[in-house]
Design a protein around this ligand. Structure first.
Ligand code: FES
Length: 164
C-alpha cells in the first residue's frame, strides 16, 4: 500500500514537471514559431495613402513627376518597387494625376515638353496631356487617380495607392 502511494507521488511529480516543462516550452517556442511563420502570412502589398508632396510645389500647367517607393513582402523576401505619377495642376483647385505606367506593357512614360505629349520609350506610344492615347499600341489612356483616391491634407497631396 505504502509502495503504491510512493509510486503515485512520483507519478504526480512527473506529471507536474511535465506540465511545467510544457508551459515553459510553449512560452519560448510559440513566439519563435510566430517569428518564423509571420512573414509568410503577411500580405504581399498593402493599400495605403501615399504623400506626393506639398500641392503648391506642383507648378500650374506643367506635368510634374512625383515618385515614391513601396515595399512588398513575399515570404521572407522583401522587394522595394518604385512608382511614379504625373501631377498636372490646371488651377488652384483642379489637379489631374496620371500614372506614369504605360497601359501597353508597363514601361514608364516621360513627359516631352516640346511635343507636349507623354512618350513611352518602349514602343513609341504617345499620350496626350490628359492621358489619352494619341498613337502606338496602348489599349487605353493612362490610369488616373480621381475622386476618393485623391486628397489634400494640411496642404499635402496624397493618393490612395493600391499595392495589391
Ligand atoms: S510599353 Fe508602352 S508602348 Fe509598349
Amino acid at each position: 500500500m505504502a509502495g503504491s502511494h510512493n509510486i503515485s507521488r512520483r507519478d504526480f511529480v512527473k506529471l507536474i514537471t511535465g506540465a511545467v516543462g510544457a508551459i515553459i516550452g510553449a512560452a519560448i517556442g510559440l513566439p519563435a514559431i510566430d517569428y518564423l511563420i509571420d512573414p509568410a502570412l503577411k500580405a504581399a502589398g498593402k493599400d495605403a495613402w501615399v504623400p506626393l508632396g506639398k500641392l503648391e510645389t506642383f507648378e500650374i500647367g506643367k506635368p510634374t513627376l512625383a515618385t515614391f517607393t513601396r515595399s512588398t513582402v513575399n515570404g521572407w523576401e522583401k522587394t522595394v518597387n518604385s512608382y511614379g505619377v504625373f501631377v498636372l495642376r490646371s488651377s488652384d483647385t483642379d489637379t489631374l494625376i496620371l500614372s506614369n505606367k504605360c497601359t501597353h506593357l508597363g514601361c514608364h512614360v516621360n513627359w516631352n515638353v516640346d511635343k507636349q505629349e507623354y512618350i513611352c520609350p518602349c514602343h513609341d506610344a504617345q499620350f496626350g496631356i490628359n492621358g489619352e492615347v494619341l498613337g502606338g499600341p496602348p489599349p487605353r489612356p493612362l490610369d488616373r487617380y480621381t475622386g476618393d483616391q485623391v486628397q489634400v491634407t494640411d496642404g499635402k497631396l496624397l493618393i490612395y495607392f493600391r499595392g495589391g
